[in-house]
Design a protein around this ligand. Sequence first.
Ligand code: PLP
Length: 492
Amino acid sequence: MKRLPAGFLPSVALDTGSDVPMYDQLSEWFRRAIIDGRLRPGQRVPSTRSLAKELDISRIPVLSAYEQLFAEGYLETFIGAGTCVARAIPDEVLKPANAAEYASPKHASQSAPRKVAQRVDGLRTPPQTWANNQGAFRVGLPAIDHFPITSWSKFINRHARRPPIEQMVYGDPMGHLPLREAIAEYLGTVRTVRCDASQILITTGSQQGLQICAHALVEPNDPVWMEDPGYPGVRQAFRTVGADIVPVPVDEEGLNVDEGIRRNSHARAVYISPSHQFPLGMTMSAARRLQLLNWAARTGAWIIEDDYDSEYRFGGRPLASLQGMDTDDRVIYVGTFSKVMFPALRVGYIVVPKDLVPAFAAVRDAFDTFSSTLYQAALADFIREGQFARHIRRMRMLYLERRTALLEAIDQYADNRLEVVGTHAGMQLAALLPPGVDDVALSIKVAKKGVSARPLSLCYAEPPKRGGVILGYSGANVHEIREGTRKLVACL
Ligand SMILES: Cc1ncc(COP(=O)(O)O)c(C=O)c1O
């Protein structure tokens, strides 16, 4: 059995007015804590000196209690490890002796769920068995095994070893200034976003970015256009503020603005992913972009531009952002490092119009104050010293190779039963299924074979006529892609 590190000692209750001697109370407390599992075998316990100090009593009763517990076999000592709960206490003895006393409260076993806030219903998602698998074809998963972890660790170590005091105290809700400067420069150069560092708000990813937008801009029951099909996380983000979500269909030119105006001409905000629509992958046409910007300028609506993976374009010039075309400061640009670094980093950003900065900073402050400074500082150097650009260049080549492998595999195995859309950019494509095939059932079936294929229908407001699957290719190697395609087609 492994020796456990010193855990937290549950609080020791001693009755100073009791007739029971102090050492007896203490040894009895330890016995019960060990038997009912609050102290685990191998767990370190405090030294007699520090326990006496903590309890503000003389060391003598502590010494006597420990001696007694040693004699009974509840405690043991190890050279260099101090005093631990004995590791030889059989597990069956460790079942809660006083289960009733420590069991979960009565309501945990009651069958009827207790009432929670009504908005939670709008946030629940169906069980997603396809999300249990990594590799082929997990959506949004970068090539983790190609991430330059050695060099990244050096940046982390640089900032972890001797952090300046500003990195260890409460900071600016807008984020770490050097990172904001690096992002502003990167976005200006690569994405034609017009901004300076004062407008960059660091978030814990796009999802938080969307939620901050919702809280800063939308009142309960305000209509908000959302692409249909679209990214389900957006629905969740806007439901937390009670927005009235208006699904607006997309076609080959992106969001259909005329249809949006027809459905609700006075929406408060619109969510779009114009560079690479999620999940169908088209790019919003220039004409539609101008139409949307004009409509927003006329009505005073906000445009929330989600630019989640546009670093990866295969062929053609990188597209300018919508924010860069906006002359009326109506676009709020949301970005993330989840795809270009790794999702667990939880760093993203919002480019906020200058006059809205105080409002957005206040929302961020109310949410969770600000993001961890260690990752922010390391990331700022990673960008400034060129590693970030190098990594993106390498991944662009790799994802191109993986996308080609997927298209070839579909060509070889699917016998024209899958219609592929959205292949020119990003990290995933969508494959439409033959009419009548239930995509959720298919996804569940292939998940059992270790393949993740996210059902397209769950991205729609209403079940679509034709189902499909979203296939992420960036996180799987060529062999996994071929095998995954073979299994997917076999399940059709
Ligand atoms: C379109 C889109 N927007 C936002 C996100 C959220 O990304 P993050 O990890 O930055 O919260 C995702 C994640 O897959 C996405 O696909």
